[in-house]
Design a protein around this ligand. Structure first.
Ligand SMILES: C[S@@+](CC[C@H](N)C(=O)[O-])C[C@H]1O[C@@H](n2cnc3c(N)ncnc32)[C@H](O)[C@@H]1O
Length: 354
């Protein structure tokens, strides 16, 4: 059974950090249940516009229902935010006043989703946001050699017991369901229970690996920067330290004029700041919010403002977006992207990193 609601995290702080204004133009890269989107649309009315993206077609359907009242002000796209720039050029939706990423998964996905994102509900070990992706969590759990599995669990789950867990998984194979995997992990770390369930970090690691979560965030942040107009705000809410580290490093690096290694006699990087940190410190939920919505307890919000104006050659990206054809399908059952388009996507990614 799917959870019936998803309570958005740090909503007031998000609206404030985005500096939402009437008539503004915003992108919600992680539409989810549409909670933040509804608040942005409310505060940007009259005249506000929102582009909402989500990689999960089930979630898109939920958001469409929830945001029905704003149908004239919102464009909902089923795609991965790693394609952010292509989507915005395709729909001519740039520059924008603000871009939001509320990373991770929604309560709909974590509570009882049949793709097995959570160890608390019996399900198959799938974990793919997009059913067209090839690799499932079951493939990783049952096919990866023990040492590689241990490395994956340590790297993406920051799990100190990764070797012990990988050994037990390999012994127990084949593992087909979330509950079977959770029991195997519980057995492996018997007597070593901490504050969180022993399977939490392993499930996080599998989800990150299956969906290339860290690569997608890295790619999307840089694209987001190019889409912001002067004074536009980038706001990211993350839920674990791997995500937060990427966001923190990106914002800190882009808010510096020189990123040369320390100790060089003079600057050789030629880097100039394109962001200003809105707050030096990370924003976290109040005690009251955590009590009302325990899922918010690990949330960290970072915000930065664009302080430069040059948009990377728009013609180049419009052309790429044209060549990509239709990268997005609203309400479609999945991505039907021909293989040749994958090649174009790679070229596209390489062209803006040059
Ligand atoms: C925490 S939820 C967002 C909740 C939303 N802010 C709300 O108020 O309802 C994160 C959403 O991001 C989506 N998502 C995760 N990775 C994505 C990606 N690479 N591209 C697009 N959407 C993604 C998930 O499917 C999920 O719906």
């Amino acid at each position: 059974m799917l959870a019936l609601t998803h309570t958005p995290v740090l909503v007031n702080e998000t609206i404030e950090a985005l500096a939402v204004q009437p008539g503004g133009r915003y992108i919600d890269c992680t539409l989810g249940g549409g909670g933040h989107a509804a608040a942005i649309l409310e505060y940007s009315s009259p005249g506000g516009q929102l582009l909402g993206i989500d990689a999960d077609s089930e979630t898109i359907r939920i958001a469409q229902k929830r945001l029905e009242a704003y149908r004239d002000s919102i464009l909902i796209i089923h795609d991965n935010f790693a394609n952010l720039q292509a989507i915005c050029y395709k729909y001519d939706f740039y520059p924008v006043h603000g871009i939001l990423f509320d990373l991770g998964l929604s309560s709909f996905q974590l509570n009882g989703d049949p793709r097995g994102f959570s160890f608390q509900h019996e399900a198959v070990l799938d974990m793919r946001l997009n059913p067209d992706q090839e690799l499932t969590a079951e493939d990783i759990v049952n096919q990866l050699p023990e040492t590689e599995l241990a490395d994956l669990i340590r790297t993406y789950g920051e799990e100190g017991q990764s070797r012990r867990i990988a050994r037990s998984i390999v012994k127990e194979r084949p593992i087909r369901t979330t509950v079977q995997l959770a029991r195997t992990i519980e057995g492996a770390v018997h007597g070593k229970r901490g504050r969180i369930h022993p399977a939490t970090r392993t499930f996080q690691a599998l989800r990150i690996a299956v969906n290339h979560e860290l690569e997608n965030i890295n790619a999307a942040l840089r694209q987001a920067l190019n889409l912001l107009g002067y004074g536009g705000r980038l706001v990211v809410i993350s839920y674990h330290s791997l995500e937060d580290r990427i966001v923190k490093q990106f914002m800190h690096q882009e808010s510096k004029d020189c990123i040369c290694p320390p100790g060089l006699p003079r600057c050789t990087c030629g880097h100039t700041a394109s962001l200003r940190l809105v707050r030096k410190k990370v924003i976290t939920p109040s005690q009251e919010e955590v009590e009302l919505n325990p899922r918010s307890r690990s949330a960290k919000l970072r915000a930065a403002e664009r302080i430069t104006n040059q948009i990377i050659n728009p013609d180049e990206y419009s052309k790429t977006a044209e060549r990509l054809g239709s990268p997005t399908q609203i309400e479609a059952g999945g991505w039907r992207r021909p293989a040749v388009l994958e090649k174009l996507r790679a070229e596209f990614a390489a062209s803006w990193s040059r």
